[in-house]
Design a protein around this ligand. Structure first.
Ligand SMILES: [Zn+2]
Ligand SMILES: [Zn+2]
Length: 174
């Protein structure tokens, strides 16, 4: 959703509050692509704080479906975000004044989806697990080990484990 900022910039209005629907249904960045499985409208308050200067505050919520790092099962990841930004818009061109990249300003419009994208991006967890003790997938057959033991001999796949087994065997022999 685009919000027209011209009334604010011209001084006709001092502030506008908007409840903005998010258009995006998927959160994509680099190679990752997460479905947005729940969302609330973004509540925004945009205030004129000076000539061509605006202050944007607000908050919102999305839930992403992110695969578990170990077993790949989708995990609902709730993200609540707060927005607090100041922008400075050039009079003639509608371009943003400083060097900082603010791609959410498009001419004299605020692009809510792009603004929110930046906020979500900062809050994506570095690690996602379906549960703390997720057992992951069998490296041999790919079975989800949370659903039961598949019967593969996985010890032989992990060299660290075999060293450990040797030590155990040595103990037994003593
Ligand atoms: Zn898992
Ligand atoms: Zn297996």
């Amino acid at each position: 959703m685009l919000i027209d900022l011209r009334n604010l910039l011209s001084g006709t209005k001092e502030e506008i509050s908007v409840s903005a629907e998010l258009e995006m249904n998927v959160f994509k960045y680099a190679v990752a692509e997460y479905d947005i499985i729940a969302k609330k409208p973004v509540e925004l308050l945009i205030t004129r704080i000076g000539k061509n200067k605006l202050h944007i505050t607000g908050n919102g919520y999305v839930a992403l479906s992110i695969p578990c790092d170990r077993c790949l099962e989708p995990v609902q990841t709730d993200i609540c975000f707060d927005i607090d930004r100041e922008i400075d818009i050039k009079e003639d061109s509608g371009m943003v004044e400083d060097d900082e990249e603010k791609d959410y300003i498009d001419g004299y419009n605020l692009d809510v989806d792009k603004l929110v994208f930046g906020e979500i991006f900062l809050l994506i967890p570095g690690k996602t697990l379906c549960k703390e003790d997720c057992k992951g997938l069998c490296l041999k057959c790919g079975a989800n080990l949370n659903q039961g033991e598949c019967g593969c001999d996985r010890a032989s796949l992990d060299p660290r484990m075999s060293v450990f087994k040797d030590i155990l065997n040595n103990f037994k022999e003593v």
